[in-house]
Structure formats: structure tokens, C-alpha cells
Design a protein around this ligand. Structure first.
Ligand code: AMP
Length: 398
């Protein structure tokens, strides 16, 4: 069932409260400095759309983990300033330690079409993460219509997304609409060959995704730390590489399941090894059968990169989640970069799950060449697992 979107409402002279994801990384050195404003920029199309349609816009978001009480370290004030610059209009910051109070209510009542305000961090209220009814009602009382444009928090049932949805006419914003349309199509109606690339540290985090994708894809490419549990399960010696012993059995089962469904599941054939994770570490490239006892495999090797790239070139749809190695440290970033480049060079529908793989694509300057880079790490993972996201489920059906 598809959900109502902003196109299904008239917004002229309406006060619209929008849940956005302004949970931006802040500088650890300079207080109040935003180190990456991508999430703020991602919210702009919906804000501009609502303003053009004649609405006044009340924005709300969480930032970090203030644990349910006021803490100036987590104020959204710097975000209001940055948003003012990006929108080229004044975004008034409605500072309140309790997020909503009489002054805030008055300010919202007096809003005029074309005006934008930002509320304080919703996680200053303990009820937020408990989906508390009182807080949801306070938020709903500020507006006529609710829009959810925070894909990154849609896998959580909080007052500012799920609670408020049942109290106001509701719809998804342009960002959420794009996320669920593109990823939904890939899962339900993909063009084949459909290739999925999975990496990251742990098998345990990706079990649900592998299980769901095995039913849908033609090929699964596995890299990153999780690959070594699969390799060890096949009897390959992996030295000091990451291993989840208690997941070896499951890895074997998943490989069997893939085989029985006719899904190709490929693991690294060569790797970059080192004694430790260090920018100056001495590295070597070895065949997968020759990992020394005292070394750790920290990236996929050049042969594997080429095999994976070839599969990507043949694909019509690719979904990628998780880095191929310890990409944060230069000597182990080449595998992840090679995947990002192979994806950028094809014309297929390419979808990058949020989190680390999204960061890798952005770092490589290749974001524009990917069909869709998700703004939600945990949310996109749950979506790929085939789970229903409560923040989206709560929105009115079309
Ligand atoms: P995840 O959050 O599960 O997507 O995992 C991302 C993390 O996995 C990154 O911080 C990587 O440094 C780490 N990672 C990827 N490959 C390896 C590897 N071969 N050994 C250890 N850590 C890895």
C-alpha cells in the first residue's frame, strides 16, 4: 500500500510540522560547528516545496543523545543558522528547553505563509523515544498537517514520527518518498541481473539482509570483515582476521541456501593483509589460501576487486551496504573505493545503503553518479531486511 505524499495535500495557509533528520555530525574540536551538512541539504527539497505551496513550516529533529533532558551540547541552534544560509531565508530558532511551551505555541500560531522555524532537539524530552502521547499531542497542537521527511529515524517508533502521525493528517516528504520508491522498486520489482554487495564488520548485523536478498538477487558479493566467517566456515585459515565463531554454522546454511536457489554467492579470492590496523602498517597481498597465522585480512585484494567490478558491470540493479575493508585507514581503502568507482561507471540502478558505504561514496566524490544514496544507515538496513518501518507505516495510506 503506498503512502500519502506531499503531492496529495493542499498546503496554502497551512501550518505544516515536518520531522526532518538534522542529526548531523558535530565537530569534536569546535563547539557548535557542523562537520557535514548533507542531512540538512537532503531536507531542502521538501521545505522549498511546502513554502512554494503557501505553507508555513515548523521543523523538528533530534540531534545526538541528550538522554531525555536539556543539554546545551546538543542544541539545534547551529543547524538553524546553517539552514538559513542554505535556504537563503531566515529560519527562526524556537529555543525551549522543553521543546514546546506557551511561547513556542504562540510563535507557531502567529506564523505566516513562507515562514520557517526550527524547534529544539526533540530528545530533550524523555517521552520522545518512548513515543509518549503527551509530547506527541504537544507537537501536533502546533500545526495542521504532519510530514515525515526523516528516513533515517523511520525504523524507530518515536513521538515525533509515529505518535504525531495519528493526531494530524499525515504524509511523507519528498526525501522519504524517494527512499521508499527507489529501494522498494529494487526489492519488489528489480531489473535483472540484480547484484547485492555486502560488507562491514559483522555477519550478525547483516543476517536479515542476506536472508531477504537471497530470495531476490542473482548474485551476492561478500567483502568486509564479515567475509572471513564465511571463509573460515569453508575450512579456510584466516589468521587473525575478524571471526564470529558462533555464526559459522549460519554462514554455511546461507551458502547452501544461496546454492539451492541458484544465487551466486562470491567471497574474496585475495586480500590485503597486515599485522595491525595502522596508516603506516606494512601490507601485503595474498591469495585467500595463504593468510599467515599472525596476520589480519583488512581489505579485498585486486583480483577480487576485478571480479566484483565485472559483476557490477553486468548488473542492471545493484544494492550495496557495508565497506569491503577498513576503509577509514588509507592502506585498506582501495577495495571499497574500487566498488564505489565500478558503481559510478555503470548505467545500472545503483543503490547505496546509508552509513559507511554512503560515506565512502561521498569521500570518493562519486555521490552524483549513484542512482540513490540512502540517508538512513539503520533504516536502510531494516528496509533491505524486508521489515516494515514504523515511521512510514504510521503515515496515512493513499
Ligand atoms: P558495519 O558498521 O557493520 O557496516 O561495519 C563497518 C566497519 O567494518 C568499518 O568501520 C570498517 O572499518 C569495518 N571493517 C570492514 N572490513 C573489515 C575487516 N576486514 N576487518 C575489520 N574490520 C573491518
Amino acid at each position: 500500500m503506498s503512502k500519502k505524499s506531499v503531492g496529495d495535500f493542499k498546503f496554502a495557509n497551512k501550518r505544516v510540522i515536518v520531522r526532518v533528520d538534522f542529526n548531523v555530525p558535530m565537530s569534536k574540536v569546535n563547539k557548535g560547528e557542523i562537520s557535514d551538512d548533507a542531512r540538512i541539504r537532503a531536507a531542502i527539497p521538501t521545505i522549498k516545496y511546502l513554502l512554494k505551496e503557501g505553507a508555513s513550516v515548523i521543523l523538528m529533529s533530534h540531534l545526538g543523545r541528550p538522554k531525555g533532558e536539556y543539554n546545551s551540547d546538543f542544541t539545534l541552534e547551529p543547524v538553524a543558522l546553517r539552514l538559513s544560509e542554505l535556504l537563503d531565508c531566515d529560519v527562526r530558532f524556537l529555543a525551549s528547553k522543553t521543546v514546546v511551551d506557551d511561547d513556542i505555541r504562540k510563535a507557531c500560531e502567529n506564523l505566516r505563509p513562507g515562514e520557517v522555524v526550527l524547534l529544539e532537539n526533540t530528545r530533550y524530552r524523555a517521552e520522545e523515544e518512548k513515543n509518549g502521547e503527551v509530547f506527541a499531542k504537544e507537537l501536533a497542537s502546533l500545526a495542521d498537517i504532519y510530514v515525515n521527511d526523516a528516513f533515517g529515524t523511520s525504523h524507530r517508533a518515536h513521538a515525533s514520527n509515529v505518535g504525531i502521525s495519528s493526531l494530524l493528517p499525515s504524509c511523507v516528504g519528498l526525501l522519504v518518498e524517494k527512499e521508499i520508491e527507489i529501494m522498494g522498486k529494487a526489492l519488489e520489482n528489480a531489473e535483472h541481473p540484480f547484484v547485492s554487495i555486502l560488507g562491514g564488520a559483522k555477519v550478525s548485523d547483516k543476517i536479515g539482509v542476506i536472508q531477504n536478498l537471497i530470495e531476490k538477487v542473482d548474485t551476492i558479493l561478500i567483502g568486509g570483515g564479515m567475509a572471513y566467517t564465511f571463509l573460515k566456515a569453508q575450512g579456510i585459515e584466516i589468521g587473525r582476521s575478524l571471526l564470529e565463531e558462533d555464526k559459522m554454522e549460519l554462514a554455511l546454511e546461507l551458502m547452501k541456501k544461496a546454492e539451492s536457489q541458484g544465487v551466486q554467492l562470491l567471497l574474496p579470492v585475495d586480500v590485503v593483509i597486515a599485522k595491525e590496523i595502522d596508516a603506516n602498517a606494512q601490507t601485503d597481498i595474498v591469495d585467500i589460501h595463504h593468510i599467515p597465522e599472525d596476520m589480519e585480512a583488512l581489505d579485498i585484494g585486486p583480483k577480487t576487486r576485478e571480479i566484483f567490478a565485472e559483476k557490477i558491470r553486468e548488473a542492471k540493479t545493484v544494492v550495496w551496504n557495508g565497506p569491503m575493508g577498513v576503509f577509514e585507514v588509507a592502506p585498506f581503502a582501495a577495495g571499497t573505493n574500487a566498488i564505489a568507482e565500478a558503481l559510478a561507471q555503470t548505467n545500472c540502478i545503483s543503490i547505496v545503503g546509508g552509513g559507511d558505504s554512503a560515506l565512502a561514496v561521498e569521500k570518493a566524490g562519486l555521490k552524483d553518479k549513484i542512482t540513490h544514496v540512502s540517508t538512513g544507515g539503520g533504516a536502510s538496513l531494516e528496509f533491505l531486511e524486508g521489515k516494515k518501518l514504523p515511521g512510514i507505516e504510521a503515515i496515512e495510506d493513499k
